[in-house]
Design a protein around this ligand. Structure first.
Ligand code: ADP
Length: 507
């Protein structure tokens, strides 16, 4: 807009309150009006920014908008003052000698202009941040679809080959790759779910006694194959003073450690990864210790330190291509550690390696009670469940087949209901020991079937075996009387353990 042209609103005010002569005769008033005009023009710019900001409907943006509204209110105040000032000038037919009052008004204006400048700067900043966040999100989506496609391609391709070749040697050769691809997909999807759970504030920590030393050993063992692929050695160094029996959330701590150790392995070749635990302090109840995961791999540039802990971010895009990954692991780890009243620390030098560490201060126990290893299943030995009668409620025939095969290995007697209605009809108290219930089914879903069964029997254990992993659904299922859930694709060891648990406690 032309600087010399008066804003139409201001023009109207002037026409209304000031005579043309008065303006023409007093250069001070003319100058004053120019300044007021500038402030009006700035309004236009702000309105435009406001318009742009409301187009980006990010969550972060609602905060900016609230701020914006507050600022606009403040502005209205200033605006009122200005109008009042013009009125005053007019009423008094302005005595220009009263320099004091004019200067005061100019001061107000000056303040307002500075305030607006700062406000504009903040808006630009917020806008560019929101744009960056949006970019990171779309990058994330493309990385994610690549990450999902890769193992999926392998699975589809291998199944095709296995079908064609139809030989035992081909099966044996490909089954490992299939397993690996399926596992990758599984981890990826779990990461996404965890992330959404954390974002929704739905993660609740557990306090379970467990042996951290044991947990570390198990995790390192499970990552051994990957370490060897990169010719890495993984060493565990645990302080002799360390009290391993702590009370905290083994699943979540395991998740953090798995993420840090597998990153260290991923970003290191021909190197050594050390997992160190040092006791810092302990009193009668609590133990404070530091866990470090140290590698001598590619390292991270100093200016990327902050970025890699932000959602969907990786140190560099080229890393993605070479190493894979979604950029969620560290965000999840950082947030979980915050829930555990801790934080993640990083020291790293490009080309030399990285040290990710955290300190925990948790209760401990001195006697080793029965530490069940619900936590990780790879060392769990499946039990024979001879005599167990299961009603499997599942509509997908392939899933039925897979579940039947797995259950028959443990000599479980299975009857199948292809939807909730059939299950409701088949069910009789005492006829089954456990019900495995899919949730999303045609005709009648698992929720309704559960309600129907619970009407007749409040104690038969119902385990939801479901792919609908959204936390809200699971919560709903638990409220309706489902005792436990297992997410599909399920780990047979987890199924065995949970069946065993309910079979034993119930019978
Ligand atoms: P990703 O699934 O991409 O590995 P993370 O959140 O676990 O996601 O890590 C984010 C990024 O941080 C990685 O892409 C990588 O650039 C960097 N990073 C993490 N750990 C290491 C490490 N030990 N050495 C070098 N870079 C690392």
């Amino acid at each position: 807009m032309d600087k010399n042209k008066l804003h139409r609103q201001l023009q109207r005010q002037i026409n209304k309150y000031l005579s043309a002569d008065l303006v023409a005769d007093h250069p001070e008033i003319k100058k004053f009006i120019e300044v007021v005009n500038l402030s009006y023009l700035n309004y236009e710019r702000d309105a435009e920014l406001f318009e742009q900001s409301s187009q980006l409907n990010d969550r972060e943006y609602s905060e900016v908008n609230t701020k914006l509204k507050a600022e606009l209110l403040k502005k209205e105040e200033v605006h009122k003052k200005l109008v009042y000032a013009i009125n005053e000038l007019n009423d008094k037919k302005v005595n220009v000698d009263e320099e004091g009052s004019l200067i005061e008004l100019l001061n107000i204006l000056n303040q307002e202009i500075n305030f607006k400048k700062e406000f504009q700067r903040q808006l630009y900043l917020a806008k560019s941040n929101a744009e960056k966040a949006n970019e990171a999100k779309s990058d994330f989506l493309s990385v994610m679809s690549h990450e999902i496609r890769t193992p999926l391609n392998a699975i589809i391709g291998l199944i095709y080959i296995m079908e064609k070749e139809n030989s035992l040697s081909s099966f044996q050769e490909n089954i490992e790759v299939l397993k690996h691809s399926a596992q990758n997909l599984y981890l990826l999807i779990n990461n996404i779910l965890d992330f959404s759970k954390i974002e929704a504030g739905k993660v609740e920590l557990e306090n379970i006694p467990f042996d951290l030393k044991e947990l570390i050993t198990q995790i390192v063992k499970s990552l051994q194959v990957k370490a060897e692929e990169n010719a890495n050695k993984v060493q565990i160094e645990i302080d002799a003073e360390f009290i391993p029996n702590i009370i905290s959330d083994p699943l979540r701590i395991g998740q953090i450690l798995t993420n840090l150790i597998s990153n260290a392995i991923k970003f290191t070749e021909n190197g050594v990864i050390k997992v160190k635990v040092n006791q810092l302090e302990s009193d009668q109840n609590n133990s404070k210790f530091k866990v470090e995961v140290i590698d001598n791999g590619i390292g991270i540039e100093l200016d990327k330190f902050k970025q890699i802990f932000e959602k969907f971010e990786q140190a560099q895009n080229t890393t993605t291509r070479k190493f894979g990954g979604t950029g969620l692991g560290l965000v999840i780890s950082k947030k979980l550690l915050q829930l555990l009243d801790s934080d993640i620390e990083l020291e790293s030098e490009i080309g030399k390696g990285s040290n990710f560490s955290f300190t925990l201060n948790v209760p401990y126990f001195s006697e080793r009670t029965d530490l069940n290893s619900d936590i990780l299943y790879h060392d769990y030995i499946e039990e024979n469940l001879d005599g167990l009668r299961v009603l499997l409620v599942e509509d997908n025939l392939i899933n039925v087949k897979v579940a039947e095969k797995i259950l028959s290995q443990w000599n479980v007697k299975v009857e199948v209901a292809l939807n909730g209605l059939i299950a409701t009809e088949m069910y009789e108290p005492g006829k089954y020991d456990i019900i495995l219930m899919d949730l999303a089914m045609p005709v009648m879903d698992g929720y309704e079937a559960t309600i129907n069964i619970r009407f007749r029997d409040i104690s038969v254990p119902i385990i939801a075996l479901t792919a609908s992993a959204s936390y809200g659904y699971l919560e709903k299922a638990m409220l309706l009387g489902i005792n436990e859930y297992i997410l599909k694709p399920f780990n047979p060891k987890e199924l065995n353990l949970k069946l065993r648990k309910h079979f034993k406690t119930h019978s």
